[in-house]
Design a protein around this ligand. Sequence first.
Ligand SMILES: Cc1cc2nc3c(=O)[nH]c(=O)nc-3n(C[C@H](O)[C@H](O)[C@H](O)COP(=O)(O)O)c2cc1C
Length: 152
Amino acid sequence: MKVLIVYETKYGNTKKAAETMGDVIKEAGNDVTVMKVDVVESERIKDYEALVIGSPTYASSQAKSIKKFISSLDVDAGTKIVVFDTHSGDGINTGGPMRRAVKKMEKQIEKNPNLEKIMNGLQVAVKGIEGPLIDGELEKCKAFAKKIVENL
Ligand SMILES: Cc1cc2nc3c(=O)[nH]c(=O)nc-3n(C[C@H](O)[C@H](O)[C@H](O)COP(=O)(O)O)c2cc1C
């Protein structure tokens, strides 16, 4: 299956999570492309049968670039989608699971009837603002990616 993983990042943590998931999904025999949101060509998105979208949490929401990307998605019916976020996970600036980018992205996805959410999103914790990823979070990303493979 052709899978596109799109992420936003400032400090590299969301990119690392995206690439880790990409490796697992690729190893399972899928055709995977991992790209930062600003280089995705919107007219090429229809080439993909499944999308994985990752955003840092900013002020309890997804990055503006990701919000714009999801709201402008022009895809065929039945395009599979799953999201993940990164957020501060050590007590700084956290507002709990409902106040993270995953929830906001999933609300956006519900508005597009052509998108089929295949799983609940994953929330990935980083240390402070700049990271790195907190111990154990990369393993969570790998397990999540294995589940994605089962749901493709
Ligand atoms: C302006 C700003 C606002 C942020 N707001 C939140 C927040 O509301 N909740 C939270 O858990 N983390 C918050 N963070 C932490 C980010 O989620 C964290 O920097 C991000 O996950 C790092 O991802 P990256 O390395 O891919 O850039 C904020 C970070 C910045 C820079």
